[in-house]
Design a protein. Structure first.
Length: 249
């Protein structure tokens, strides 16, 4: 069940989970838009890796919290690669980590707005085409923290919970058009976003994880690939924790 001929946009795919996902979709035959906002060098690296493995990709700079830039990214993808079959909303919206009693409203508002703008804009920019063609696949990258909160992560938990609910509502509305919408919820995964988190905390999480390690970007990419292929053709509106068993549902 390869993705031969399919066109995919993976937001925030210059680094981390997005880069691993873009590489894996590329290896499985999808033509991929690698998206970045600031780090062109990292984006070019991901693009080069896909091409070196025999895949097809383009590199597009777009801030996914800006609708005009999202629209331009989708138009460029359609021009250069073809109609969009797969959208992975992955771009990482940064957020403050601190106790609620000290939390600035501005930081909370920004995380909620950016998380939802990014997914709302990207989904809206591709769904009309998917509806016309009667098929499409959307994967939203949430977090295990959307269901099991951690101290200091109130903005992330709230924003990702909103994303989970949004994904279920989309799955309901878009199912009749043959469009599937699912959520992948990573546990702590080794990327630039988690590089500064204390080593003792990471060791403690790894030691209480049934599979006894932290996630790697490729672990998360595997779950996204499953949702993008026909193996999951009757699966929509679901939430898959990818965390070595720390979160069991
Ligand atoms: N790592 C974890 O432990 C973990 C756990 C749970 C959930 N997640 C989720 O997994 C996803 C990926 O996280 P990650 O750890 O792989 O992040 P990361 O390593 O920090 O990479 C972030 C990526 O997002 C891009 N990005 C940031 N803001 C953007 C914007 N406004 N428009 C377009 N692209 C933007 C970055 O582009 P530039 O290179 O141009 O900056 C980069 O490609 C996020 O949704 C995150 O919440 C991660």
């Amino acid at each position: 069940m390869s993705l031969n001929g399919k066109v995919a946009i993976v937001t925030g795919s210059s680094r981390g989970i997005g880069a691993a996902t873009a590489r894996l979709l590329g290896q499985n035959g999808a033509k991929v838009t690698v998206n970045y906002t600031k780090d062109r060098e990292a984006g070019a690296r991901t693009l080069g890796e896909i091409e070196k493995a025999g895949g097809t990709a383009i590199l597009v700079q777009a801030d996914v919290t800006d609708y005009d830039q999202v629209k331009a990214m989708v138009e460029k993808t359609e021009r250069d690669l073809g109609a969009v079959d797969i959208l992975v909303n992955n771009a990482n919206m940064s957020f403050p980590i601190m106790p609620f009693v000290k939390f600035p409203w501005e930081g909370f508002e920004q995380k909620l707005l950016h998380e939802m703008k990014a997914s709302f804009y990207c989904c809206q920019a591709v769904v009309n085409g998917m509806i016309e063609r009667g098929q499409g696949c959307i994967v939203n990258i949430s977090s295990g923290l959307s269901r099991v909160p951690g101290p200091g992560f109130i903005a992330h938990t709230s924003a990702k919970s909103a994303l989970d609910a949004f994904s279920k509502a989309l799955a309901l509305e878009l199912g009749p058009y043959g469009i599937r919408v699912n959520v992948v919820a990573p546990g702590l995964t080794v990327t630039d976003a988690t590089a500064n988190q204390p080593e003792e905390m990471k060791a403690a999480i790894a030691s209480r994880t049934p599979l006894r390690r932290l996630g790697q970007p490729e672990d998360i990419a595997g779950a996204v690939l499953f949702y993008c292929t026909d193996w999951s053709r009757f699966v929509t509106g679901t939430y898959m924790p990818v965390c070595g068993g720390t979160q069991m549902i």
